[in-house]
Design a protein around this ligand. Structure first.
Ligand code: MN
Length: 631
């Protein structure tokens, strides 16, 4: 029963309580031993029949009556017994003093997951979306078991229940119908609940959601002590993402547009889309609630965040959606991301980051809802984002596991991870029929596809290349063969033109320095782009020399840096250059030993000379293989 506020309800009130039932109250609203206001509806030899509401009636036996009554008289009764046959028997009470408390009917509330087509039902939940169509208004309502669309019709194109807002707690009565294969409620009545009633529903929903948001307890695909440190935090992210889905909030993923970024985002996409479809019982729901987009830059650019924000605000205005949660993958943990995050902070958009680039936790963490990064646990980039996200995806929906066994190896090879776990990941991939060469070709094909996709997600193409959610294994194999061959050919062509123009010198610390003017001697606006071109050149030089190597590929206003065997701290060098080269406008960063910097065109020579001087001062690593190049 729902207790209202009639009468004096001071806490110190010691007077007995007499309940006054609303006319629609039923048997479920009364309890043995409680007192009620009653009206006589019939007089018989052995007593009187009384009504407590339209539905609740019973007998006061003559032996339990204190006075004599006619039809319509009022008295106070105590519910003595609910008999096995359902009859109610009452005893009259005579009270000098008492307080009256009004009782509203608690309807039989049906969980959204139990809705059956054709039933008349009442549901309670929070409003997750309010969409005005050309016909009815569609309210998407989330309870602890699922989300359902409820259609209310005022007039064609006119907003029904205009006072109801997103996140309100509502009680809706109506009939369950089938619409495009999914259950939908045609609304008879919709009430925004307030006060104690709303609080009670919120508490119930909260408990149910918390339980349902709990991630699946999955054992990692391989045993790996270093990874164990990240597991709790990844579970927390899985919990947060599941909860976001259960609340009907959209999710927008931004990922680094490279092999590891794809290996991170595709598994998470597959898991979240399955979970969204399950929660909404609607195969079409993921299309409206999930979006994945690549970021060309190694950080969250103002251009991307502005696009995302526009899209989110439009979604709210046109479709009545909540603003999305932003999930940054293989990107997003550096100081360069801060302006974009600050821009989002003006709106209700939670931000979650899973990345393995060298982070600036002091700068970004205050703006984030969660941040998982191996550097925060004294580990490093060798744990790639793809490796983390395969486990994250399995925590969200373990049914994806069989499709992901080869993915951590592709991620690791793409980012040239030197993790000890690579052997185990390669063995795992071998079980599903991929050898090392196959996996490397998948990585190259992904990278090539990412280059030409530019700002598009290319969902089916990327799924087919990575073989995650791909329906045709034969096509996957052919596509990888085709794309990786093209990629290799383009790299060879690029390096053939470039190599004669590479300048070599030996730095004071004995490291080899190779530099090349990409603007003059590389094919531009094609594959491979400057970052990859520099990386490929660098790899050849490392193999050729077997010594510590630094490679700089520069354009008019940028330089790409790669190093092996030299202890560089690129973020630190950028900060110093910015102070030392006055008017150089230096910015940038990346990993410690791999990165890119920008500067103003007219100061290029000064910036690069200062940069080289710093590199000549850097210490060499004792072991050449202890650092790796990485995109
Ligand atoms: Mn990566």
């Amino acid at each position: 029963m729902t207790v209202g506020s009639a009468g004096d309800s001071g806490t110190a009130d010691s007077r007995p309580t007499v309940y006054d039932l609303a006319p629609n109250c039923t048997r479920t609203d009364v309890e043995e031993g409680e007192r009620y206001h009653a009206v006589v509806n019939g007089v018989v030899e052995y007593g009187v029949f009384v009504d407590l509401s339209d539905d609740v009636s019973g007998l006061v036996h003559e032996s339990n009556l204190a006075g004599s009554y006619g039809v319509g008289d009022r008295l106070i009764v105590c519910l003595d017994e609910i008999r096995e046959n359902g009859d109610l028997s009452f005893v009259e009470e005579t009270l000098e003093e008492y307080r009256t408390v009004a009782v509203d009917h608690d309807p039989d509330v049906t969980p959204v997951s139990d809705l059956a087509i054709g039933d008349a039902v009442t549901i309670e939940g929070t409003v997750a979306q309010i969409k005005q169509t050309g016909g009815p208004t569609v309210f998407r309502v989330a309870d602890e078991s699922g989300i359902v669309a409820c259609t209310a019709f005022e007039e064609a194109g006119v907003r029904a229940y205009p006072d109801v807002e997103l996140d309100d707690v509502v009680r809706i009565s109506g009939t369950v119908e089938k619409h495009d294969g999914a259950p939908q409620i045609e609304v008879d009545s919709l009430d925004a609940l307030t006060g104690d009633v709303a609080d009670a529903v919120r508490t119930r929903l909260e408990a149910g959601l918390t339980e349902r948001a709990e991630p699946h307890a999955v054992e990692p695909l391989i045993e790996w002590p270093a990874f164990e440190k990240l597991r709790d935090d990844l579970e927390e992210v899985a919990r947060q993402l599941r909860r976001t889905v259960l609340e009907g909030r959209p999710i927008r993923v931004r990922h680094h547009a490279d092999g590891d970024g794809m290996c991170a985002s595709l598994p998470v996409q597959l898991a979240l889309e399955r979970f969204i479809a399950e929660v909404h019982e609607d195969a079409d729901a993921p299309r409206h609630l999930f979006k994945r987009l690549p970021s060309k830059a190694p950080f969250y650019e103002m251009e991307d965040v502005t696009r995302d924000l526009n899209f989110a605000l439009e979604g709210r205005a046109r479709h009545g959606q909540k603003l999305p949660l932003l999930l940054m993958l293989d990107n997003g943990s550096t100081e360069e991301d801060v302006p974009a995050y600050e821009n989002l902070a003006h709106y209700d958009m939670p931000i979650v980051v899973v990345d393995h680039h060298h982070p600036d936790p002091e700068a970004v963490n205050p703006l984030l809802d969660a941040h998982v990064n191996p550097y925060l646990y004294d580990e490093d980039y060798r744990i790639t984002t793809g490796m983390m996200c395969v486990e994250l995806a399995r925590m969200i929906d373990p049914t994806v596991t069989d499709e992901l066994r080869h993915v951590p190896a592709v991620a690791g090879l793409s980012d040239r991870s030197k993790a000890e776990a690579m052997e185990s990941y390669l063995d795992l991939a071998a079980e599903t029929g991929y050898d090392r060469g196959d996996l490397e070709r998948i990585g190259e094909a992904l990278d090539y596809a990412a280059h030409w996709l530019k700002y598009s997600a290319g969902k089916t193409l990327v799924s087919d290349v990575l073989n995650v959610g791909c329906e045709d294994e034969g096509r996957h194999r052919e596509l990888v063969e085709f794309l990786s061959t093209r990629a290799e050919r383009d790299v060879d062509r690029q390096l053939a033109a470039l190599e004669p123009h590479v300048e070599h010198e030996r730095l004071a610390n004995e490291a080899h320095l190779y530099r090349v003017d990409l603007d003059s001697f590389a094919h531009r606006f094609t594959y491979p782009a400057p970052g990859k071109t520099t990386g490929q050149l660098h790899d050849r030089k490392v193999t050729e020399t077997g010594d510590p190597v630094i490679t700089i590929g520069y354009g008019p206003d940028f330089a790409v840096l790669r190093s092996d065997g030299v202890r560089l701290d690129i973020p630190e060098m950028v900060a110093e250059l910015n102070e030392e080269v006055v008017g150089g406008g230096v910015s940038g960063g990346g990993h410690l030993v791999v990165g890119s910097i920008k500067f103003v065109k007219g100061m290029r020579d000064e910036v690069i000379d200062s940069l080289v001087a710093k590199m000549a001062d850097a210490e060499l690593d004792e072991e050449l293989s202890s650092t790796a190049s990485l995109d």
